[in-house]
Write a protein that binds this ligand. Sequence first.
Ligand code: NJP
Length: 279
Amino acid sequence: MSRVWLITGASRGLGHEIARAALGAGETVIATARSAEAVRDAFGGEHDGLHALALDITDAQAANAVAAEITERFGAIDVLVNNAGYAELGFFETFTDAAVRRQFEVNLFGTMNVARAVAPHMRKRRSGLIVTISSVSGLVSNGGRAVYSASKFAVEGWMEGFAQELAPLGVRSLLVEPGMLRTDFMDRKSARFGSIDIPDYAEAIAQYRAFVDGANGNQPGDPKLLAARIVALAAHDEAPSRLVFGDDARQWASAKLDHLRHEIAQSTDGGEGGGPLTA
Ligand code: NJP
């Protein structure tokens, strides 16, 4: 039986591929982005099972209206893919406060808006799956990604807890942490860069920009493959609650875990036997 999917950020990149994969599996897909026309164009027009709607995830009222419209028209939302997002790339001090807030407005608060709009419908039916596209940058941060990572760490913290609140009510969750995927993510079409000039960082930032420009379009991760994996996992009731996708992501996450374990083992509360480094 066809299930109903709501996917955000489906005009391009990963969201678009997830929509295609779900349609290919015979599902009903409500594909959204800021412009419904952009979504339709991306699919080359109308398709059986595809419904394009406009949804800017920063607009909580619009998220509520979309969730209500879908449940009224299709009876349910079986799968929410909370995918829309973008990156503010560059060194922290080169971002204005407004840029940092914009990053959180979309990646965290926007994602929360959609979950808040959809969760009541899922709770009511004691059924549903929320797929949240986080990032390996939600587990590991590094220079040049401090602001983006902060937003994805926040998504991780929120969703890890929210998933536990929803589980007893029959609503499942999958947090996805991809490595670098070949999408518009690093392109000027999507990514934004810090605008404040700080000479101390000039050389490091030039190197970072060269890395981003070189990586753009050459990322190792195939969004089609991840999309197929997500659609396959969504079909299983016993799916895992996390998917770390890509060799790069698994290496970074494992290195972080090893480092964390080492630092935890080294940590003491001080006092007797606290070791020479403790205060
Ligand atoms: O990026 P891109 P991805 N409201 O730029 C939409 C995460 N991720 O597919 O409205 C609604 O090709 C935008 O739609 P439009 C990443 O953080 C990526 O790679 O037409 N939609 C477009 O459809 C993000 O959460 C990588 O501009 C909004 C889509 O988002 C997710 O994957 C690695 C919106 C962006 O398509 C998909 O990103 C990783 C808004 N306010 C995590 N703002 C990676 N690619 O390397 C943007 O670990 N959109």
